[in-house]
Design a protein. Structure first.
Length: 456
């Protein structure tokens, strides 16, 4: 039998260690169903849990009169509950509205908590929010840490409803005769999260698993627990200081090596976020059997020395990269900066490999002169196969989610005319396509690439 909402809150508090006797809790209340259930549940449990309760509401001003009505609703609710309320209005700067609203909301909650002496800040994330987050991160290629989803506790921030679903929330509110506000932006299909919430998750639940949301939430719990274990193992690895030893990294299994790199990065690279694509690019650098090299990362470069890795900070995001140009010799492998290796060989049409992200097959007679791999240049454009008209290489790299850190040294393949015929793992040109009259082809193949480029 499903737990009641209050029992689910009790279970979350116990399982995740969210609250201690004597805590002062600030509940974030937007006026939506989940946040109303949160503040009401904490009020009903405050004596049992031994907490003091406050509430806070931020008016983002994004929905005009509706935002004003949300504020009035929360003020009335707080009065009825006898819960002290902090309210503030803000204007968001230009940019990503979702990201800016989230940043403003958490900054406001931190200030409001400090003003009332709160030791915990409670937000109203539910099982359904967790499932949406895990599914979104899964399809975007997150690793174990990302698939851990929303943390039940992050510093002072706690999520007491993380074992409750929306059905429990509505039942809880209806049973008490409580109303809530509805935010129209929650039905905006331009937002990926809305499409997941109202489209993909319900469809997958119908077709595959009626308890999908709870299954994804449980997966997040398991992955977080395992992540803590792996972090503990990585923390015991020696030789992680300002530099990190290459032999140590090579001796480790990849899951531990990634964590060692992140631990070293926190020491050497500061607070900047190191994405999984960056970590894999560094591992690719480590795995090379000879030579030096470097990988672009946020704020600078990771440089391979004879026996160690070193972080070199750059003064800006636009660190200069020396341009390069290499002729691709037939039946040979050409080494390029940034960890790329390209091979070219001639074939008959019948014996050629099939084209793929890693393989480009070109009609020899439609090419001019030798093939050359070079670094991309400002203003590079190509007539992409399958599209009407030209597109910029920069736009193509962004569309294929190539990290900014790898774009400066990303190769393009041109023929003697200077026209781009292939951008490895991103797209080929409409030129030199194999057709009925083709007699011989050049096959250009990616032999090696930075780890981050492999997931582009």
């Amino acid at each position: 039998m499903a737990l009641s909402l209050l029992d689910a809150v009790r279970a979350a508090v116990r399982r995740y260690g969210l609250l201690s006797h004597g805590d002062v809790v600030l509940a974030a209340v937007s006026g939506g169903a989940d946040s109303v259930a949160l503040v009401v549940a904490l009020r009903e449990l405050r004596a049992e849990l031994g907490i003091t309760l406050y509430a806070a509401h931020l008016d983002h001003g994004l929905r005009g009169a509706e935002s004003t009505a949300d504020r009035a609703f929360v003020e009335a609710l707080a009065r009825d509950l006898g819960v002290p309320l902090t309210v503030e209005a803000t204007a968001l700067p230009p940019g990503n509205v979702e990201a800016e609203a989230r940043r403003a909301r958490y900054a406001f909650l931190a200030c409001a908590a400090a003003s009332v002496g709160a030791t915990k800040i409670a937000t109203a994330h539910t099982v359904d929010d967790q499932a949406e987050t895990v599914l979104l991160r899964l399809v975007r290629g997150a690793g174990r840490r990302g698939l851990g989803g929303i943390r039940p506790r992050r510093g002072a921030i706690i999520r007491p409803l993380l074992l409750c679903d929306r059905v429990q929330v509505r039942h809880f509110l209806v049973a008490r005769g409580l109303a809530w506000r509805r935010d129209r932006s929650n039905f905006d299909y331009a937002l990926a999260r809305t499409r997941v919430r109202l489209g993909y998750l319900p469809m997958l639940a119908r077709e595959l698993n009626p308890r999908l949301a709870r299954a994804l939430a449980r997966l997040a719990d398991v992955l977080r627990e395992e992540d803590v274990l792996l972090d503990g193992i990585a923390a015991a690895v020696p030789c992680v200081g300002d530099d990190v030893d290459l032999d140590v990294l090579r001796a480790l299994e990849a899951p531990i090596a990634r964590r060692v790199i992140r631990r070293w990065w926190r020491r050497a690279g500061g607070a900047r976020r190191l994405a999984l694509t960056h970590v894999d690019a560094v591992l690719e650098l480590v795995a090379r059997t000879q030579g030096g090299g470097r990988v672009r990362v946020p704020g600078g470069w990771v440089v391979r020395n004879p026996t160690t890795l070193t972080f070199h900070a750059g003064e800006s995001e636009r660190v200069h990269v020396a341009p390069y140009e290499r002729t691709l010799v037939a039946d040979a492998v050409t080494e390029l900066p940034g960890g790329w290796r390209l091979a070219v060989h001639g074939e008959s049409v019948e014996g050629a490999e099939s084209p793929s992200d890693d393989v480009c097959v070109l009609d020899v007679d439609a090419l001019v002169g030798p093939l050359v791999a070079r670094s991309r240049r400002a203003g590079d454009r190509m007539l992409l196969h399958g599209l009407d008209g030209h597109t910029s290489v920069k736009r193509l790299l962004i569309a294929r989610r190539v990290p900014r850190a790898l774009r400066a040294e990303y190769p393009v393949v041109v023929d003697g005319s200077g026209e781009i015929v292939w951008v490895p793992r991103c797209g080929r040109a409409a030129r030199a396509l194999v057709g009925a009259t083709t007699r011989r082809v050049f096959v250009v193949r990616v032999v090696a690439a930075p780890g981050a480029a492999q997931s582009a």
